[in-house]
Design a protein around this ligand. Structure first.
Ligand SMILES: NC(=O)c1ccc[n+]([C@@H]2O[C@H](COP(=O)([O-])OP(=O)(O)OC[C@H]3O[C@@H](n4cnc5c(N)ncnc54)[C@H](O)[C@@H]3O)[C@@H](O)[C@H]2O)c1
Length: 360
């Protein structure tokens, strides 16, 4: 993906700003990418990862920042899309000085970009970064932050799943349905709780023995299966990928027995075209970036001064957004993933345009 594009279409117009940051002393090499500020300051996490090359780091941050613009738009936030990557092995080079150097670069953008946690960065890191910049979310509760974002991520996934269930079976209740949860990590555990409370039967898997043990202790009624393959071929109504990306691919989709897919994992579609394969198999896919937006909704709330109830109310609206997307998909004869993109682009264009009305 390139930085510049010539089209005026907000869906393909390229990035507004890409900033390379270096501090040789601490070994910091970071790229901050702002895809769009049409709806407000760009918000997206910082990924700290040992990329093989600078080109790989750049491709990732361009891709991720664009994704955040779409996610934030559909989450109803007055926030644009951005993301940052720090190129390096966090186990080896992460230090207070490096994080604070990074924080100074974030501050230098004067609020055009707000950062948050992502792969390789944690709440404690955001607290350190916040010593150098005001433009950071995902801090600890003790520092005025929203804490663990998986709480509302799971709540939002559950709401999106209810909307998808209603679309397929005529009722949002999951009582009596069998849901397959792949990944009993932070989000998968909270989600399992919501499903059990709703009266669903849960079949689950996780590669980590501790996560399996957590399920045995906390919800003995959860049926554990050997791996993700056993899960997708089990007699399940809903498949909830809550582990890594690429869960929906050329091997898994043909084997899937569920009628609905709704889960927390990012980038569930392994490649473009998988959404069509799902539609051909009559599997309703609730787009990942729509249903997993509860986390960004939770941390974004920090910008106003964190209020859990307000953030939860916003995450509950993922139910309405998912419904709208599924209805639009039917009306326009496109897969839900495409309908979601269209709705996000519409909001960026319609609401973003209002900034052309001068408010002196
Ligand atoms: N935490 C959030 O707020 C949030 C927000 C949006 C999206 N997500 C996405 O949701 C997913 C889960 O996030 P999390 O915070 O719960 O992460 P996590 O690391 O706490 O949990 C992931 C779990 O998946 C398990 N796992 C890994 N590979 C597996 C496999 N092949 N089969 C079965 N289980 C496997 C891990 O052992 C772990 O228990 C990730 O893709 C993440 O990017 C999370």
């Amino acid at each position: 993906m390139g930085v510049f594009a010539s089209s005026d279409d907000p869906g393909s117009s390229g990035h507004e700003q890409v900033v390379f940051c270096q501090d040789k002393q601490t070994g910091l090499r970071a790229i901050i990418a702002i895809y769009s500020t049409a709806l407000g300051p760009a918000l997206g996490g910082t990924r700290f990862y040992p990329y093989a090359s600078e080109a790989e780091a750049l491709a990732d941050v361009l891709d991720l920042s664009r994704g955040m613009a779409y996610k934030n738009a559909l989450a109803g936030l007055d926030l644009g899309g951005g993301k940052a990557v720090i190129w390096g092995d966090p186990e080896r080079i992460k230090s207070e000085a490096l994080l604070r150097a990074y924080g100074r670069f974030v501050e230098s953008l004067h609020g055009r970009y707000y950062t948050a946690c992502d792969v390789g960065t944690y709440v404690a890191d955001m607290d350190v970064i916040s010593r150098e910049t005001r433009f950071v979310t995902g801090r600890s509760v003790a520092h005025g932050g929203a804490g663990d974002s998986s709480v509302l991520t799971a709540w939002g996934v559950y709401q999106g799943m209810r909307a998808a269930a209603e679309h397929v079976w005529g009722t949002p209740s999951l009582a009596g349905r069998t849901v397959g949860v792949a990944g009993l990590g932070k989000v998968g555990r909270h989600l399992t709780g919501h499903l059990i409370d709703d009266g669903a039967r849960v079949v689950a898997t996780d590669v980590n023995p501790q996560a399996r043990e957590w399920a045995r202790q906390t919800y003995p009624q959860v049926e554990l299966v050997a791996d993700a393959t056993a899960l997708i071929t089990a007699d399940i109504d809903v498949y909830a990928p809550c582990a890594l990306g690429g869960a929906l691919n050329d091997d898994t989709v043909p084997a899937l027995r569920a009628k609905v897919v709704a889960g927390a994992a990012n980038n569930q579609l392994a490649h473009p075209g998988i959404e069509k394969l799902l539609a051909e198999r009559d599997v309703l896919y609730a787009p990942d970036y729509v249903v997993n937006a509860g986390g960004v909704i939770q941390v974004a709330d920090e910008i106003e001064g964190f209020n859990f109830e307000r953030a939860k109310l916003r995450a509950t609206r993922i139910y309405d957004t998912t419904r709208e997307i599924l209805q639009l998909a039917d009306a326009e004869g496109v897969p839900p993933a495409e309908a979601a993109d269209r709705l996000a682009e519409r909001r960026m264009a319609d609401v973003g345009r209002l900034r052309t009305i001068l408010l002196p």
